[in-house]
Write a protein that binds this ligand. Structure first.
Ligand SMILES: C[S@@+](CC[C@H](N)C(=O)[O-])C[C@H]1O[C@@H](n2cnc3c(N)ncnc32)[C@H](O)[C@@H]1O
Length: 286
């Protein structure tokens, strides 16, 4: 299914893209989703890119969400650098703007709505074009990477990092969490995305025409009591209250969703609980 975001077919036609390139953003921006996105920093989510950043650079952050990574990138290219942050959803950009203001970033960061498949910037506009946990949600990730390359100057860098859901692993075993993973992967695919994006990133970059691609992988690991409580509660809440819960309802029953949420709580109460999220990364030289 390539279901449209709002009137995406019409919007896509107006942009010169096809509805095939649109996908429904599986998570949406419910508070339970943003609780996990706001935890992200350049250090825990873009370490593979940090060494490439220099003061004065022009950075495009695609699919910026609530903008915590965006703000860190802006500090890394200060004092003269600029970050332009775009997202398909206007509601989350409001929150990202407020966060950047709280951080006192002034006009070193600006925000706009945009679809990564058809960016409204001239060729060669940026030194670095970055997308964190975005390509897994788009209808045509190869076209997205081509578009990211188009707006990046020759010699610049296109950087992307995505989780690979099938490679997520945890302890102790839980049939309810197995159910969660199977359901999430079905829903994400039905929405037009690729939940196991991590393993595809290198191939997508090569299909997009990049010849200089550096691949790496890093994991998030949640193991302290605080981390486990945070991760298990936010997924229990996401399973019941986020956009994923709403679309998930079309693929399972409310009772099964409730059982998955309960499984997250039960798993999170185990003092031995441990969870790891594998993330693949690509640095593509333009
Ligand atoms: C998982 S969130 C990641 C947010 C942020 N990069 C982070 O890691 O905290 C993915 C974001 O991509 C945005 N998104 C989804 N499809 C998009 C598209 N086609 N173009 C631009 N942004 C898109 C969503 O609205 C969402 O805010």
């Amino acid at each position: 299914m390539t279901a449209a975001r709002g009137t995406a077919a019409g919007e896509a036609a107006a942009r010169g893209t096809s509805a095939k390139e649109t996908a429904v953003y599986t998570h949406g921006h419910h508070e339970s989703v943003l609780r996990s996105h706001r935890w992200r920093t350049a250090e825990n989510s873009a370490a593979y890119l940090i060494g490439e950043l220099r003061p004065g650079m022009r950075v495009l952050d695609v699919g910026c969400g609530p903008g915590t990574i965006t703000a860190d990138l802006a500090e890394r290219v200060a004092p003269d650098g600029r970050v332009t942050a775009v997202d398909a959803a206007e509601d989350v950009l409001e929150q990202a703007r407020a966060y950047a203001a709280e951080r006192g970033l002034g006009d070193s960061v600006s925000f706009a709505t945009a679809d990564v498949h058809a960016l409204d910037f001239p060729d060669d506009s940026f030194d670095v074009v970055h997308a964190h946990q975005v390509l897994q949600h788009v209808g045509d990730p190869v076209r997205a990477l081509r578009e990211m390359r188009r707006v990046c100057r020759p010699g610049g860098i296109v950087a992307a990092r995505d989780a690979d859901y099938a490679a997520m692993t945890w302890y102790p075993a839980s049939p309810g969490l197995d159910d969660w993973l199977g359901l999430y992967r079905r829903v994400a695919r039905a929405n037009g995305g690729e939940p196991d994006a991590g393993r595809h990133l290198r191939a997508w970059a090569r299909q997009a025409g990049f010849t200089d691609v550096t691949s790496s992988a890093t994991a998030w690991c949640f193991a302290t009591p605080e981390e486990i409580a945070w991760w298990s509660t936010l997924w229990a809440d996401r399973t019941q209250a986020s956009a994923y819960a709403a679309t998930g309802g079309g693929h399972t029953t409310p009772a099964r969703l409730a059982a998955v949420a309960e499984a997250w709580h039960a798993w999170g109460a185990d003092p031995d609980a441990w969870f790891s999220v594998l993330n693949a990364e690509i640095l593509c030289r333009v």
